[in-house]
Design a protein around this ligand. Structure first.
Ligand SMILES: [Fe+2]
Ligand SMILES: [Fe+2]
Length: 159
């Protein structure tokens, strides 16, 4: 989804989420061309942190607002999203306990990338267009989402 086509009531929030999606996809691409294991480890760290913050802002703010606004329209998509987030979080916690030299380190990150791409496609091709179609006003979510994101990133980098 191209964020320049998003109407004003949804633009700031969907724009923020789309930017996060592109950032994650960039990191998964960079991993493939990373020159050594230190570079790969750094990319994994960044991606895990960014995905943790992203899933958190969606789960704390974005998904509940949609479910409240129109449970019938959004319920099943949001249930799927929740299961997909849970799989991603599981892989992230496994990766965070691994070392780059571990046999399945690369496989874990590759699968996380595949899950993430699938989930991004569902959000951008199904969920976000429905948010626009139903004209859900997201403007008041921008500030709390930004705040939660900064909080999660600060917690992660001090951990
Ligand atoms: Fe997302
Ligand atoms: Fe999501």
């Amino acid at each position: 989804m191209n964020k320049s086509h998003v109407p004003a009531a949804q633009r700031s929030v969907l724009g923020m989420l789309i930017d996060d999606h592109r950032e994650a996809q960039k990191l998964f691409k960079e991993f493939k061309s990373a020159k050594d294991s230190a570079a790969r480890e750094e990319i994994v760290k960044q991606a895990c942190m960014a995905l943790t913050a992203h899933t958190e802002i969606e789960e704390q703010h974005f998904y509940p607002l949609l479910r409240d606004a129109d449970p019938k329209a959004f319920g099943s998509l949001l249930n799927e999203a929740k299961v997909e987030h849970a799989s991603a979080k599981d892989l992230i916690s496994q990766l965070q306990a691994m070392k780059p030299a571990d046999d399945l380190y690369e496989a874990h990150f590759t699968v996380l990338g595949e899950y993430t791409n699938h989930h991004i496609t569902e959000e951008e091709d199904e969920l976000f267009p429905k948010v626009i179609e139903k004209d859900i006003d997201l403007r008041h979510l921008e500030a709390p989402m930004q705040e939660t994101k900064e909080q999660v990133l600060a917690d992660a980098s001090s951990a």
